[in-house]
Ligand binder design. Sequence first.
Ligand code: NAD
Ligand code: 0WE
Length: 268
Amino acid sequence: MKLLQGKRFVVTGIASKLSIAWAIAEALHREGASLILTYPNDKMKKRVDMAAEQFAADMVLPCDVASDEEIKACFDAVAEHWQDGIDGVVHAIGFAPAEELNGDFTEVTSRQGSAIAHDISAYSFVALARYSRELLAKRQGSLLTLTYQGSTAVIPNYNVMGMAKASLEASVRYLASSLGAEGIRVNAISAGPIRTLAASGIKSFRRMLEVNAKIAPLQRNVDQMEVANAALFLLSPWASGITAEILFVDAGFNTVGISEKLLHLDEE
Ligand code: NAD
Ligand code: 0WE
């Protein structure tokens, strides 16, 4: 029997075949789970419809996380379809206005940009938790989000997203505490850099990938499927004892102080 046969998940954040959420939906489907996929606007609906067809999703629902009404309507529809609850919600959403992600942090970080980044990238996880709580409690389900090391260490140009990811990671701990009594687990995966739509247009992203591959213990980058396989685990009963955790899927990059390569730099 497959790992997640008969389980039900709501997956947000599919924008293209490169999306981490696409890979997670693919992995959940592969392991026998049933899916509901969400999209933020009409432009994205087509892409999510494609994923829905490929992964035999039960439904596709609108869910712009900037709107409480839309989130509520979304989970009302989920509740209608799956009356005895859901096993998990995947939050794979991050956004800051493009101007915030290029240039000197102090210069480019605006009040408005900061508000948007925190609203869409951090608060939205709490909002999803609020509206999915009842459904998750019925099946001891779990919440999963995606974060990045820019939350705890400076990565050039990540800027206000670093603040938003720090907030998101704090929300993982507060949500885990708040929802633990209901048997709901809350976790995050901190992924290494991966080329997706959210990485396109980031000026030095190619260089980012090169540097990461040089410094990381595994001496390479990670891909979407490696993140998805870790997601599967955290969303599965095998992770029943794990909550409030930030699991790195980054080829070990975050643990390195001085890399072997850097130590021997002048010997090359
Ligand atoms: P992506 O562009 O494929 O996904 C980002 C998603 O956010 C898109 O599907 C987009 O539609 C969605 N989104 C934006 N605004 C929204 C809104 N208002 N309502 C609903 N959805 C909205 O890129 P990705 O890299 O797959 O990003 C997924 C998550 O992974 C993000 O949280 C990102 O920060 C995180 N992450 C990415 C990397 C990386 O290098 N790609 C590394 C670590 C963490
Ligand atoms: O979280 C992310 C992506 C965040 C992101 C990307 C964009 C580009 C398009 C948020 N908002 C937007 N807004 C846009 O208009 N990552 C972890 C990927 C990422 O983004 C970076 C990185 C890495 C890694 C930005 C600068 C430096 C490194």
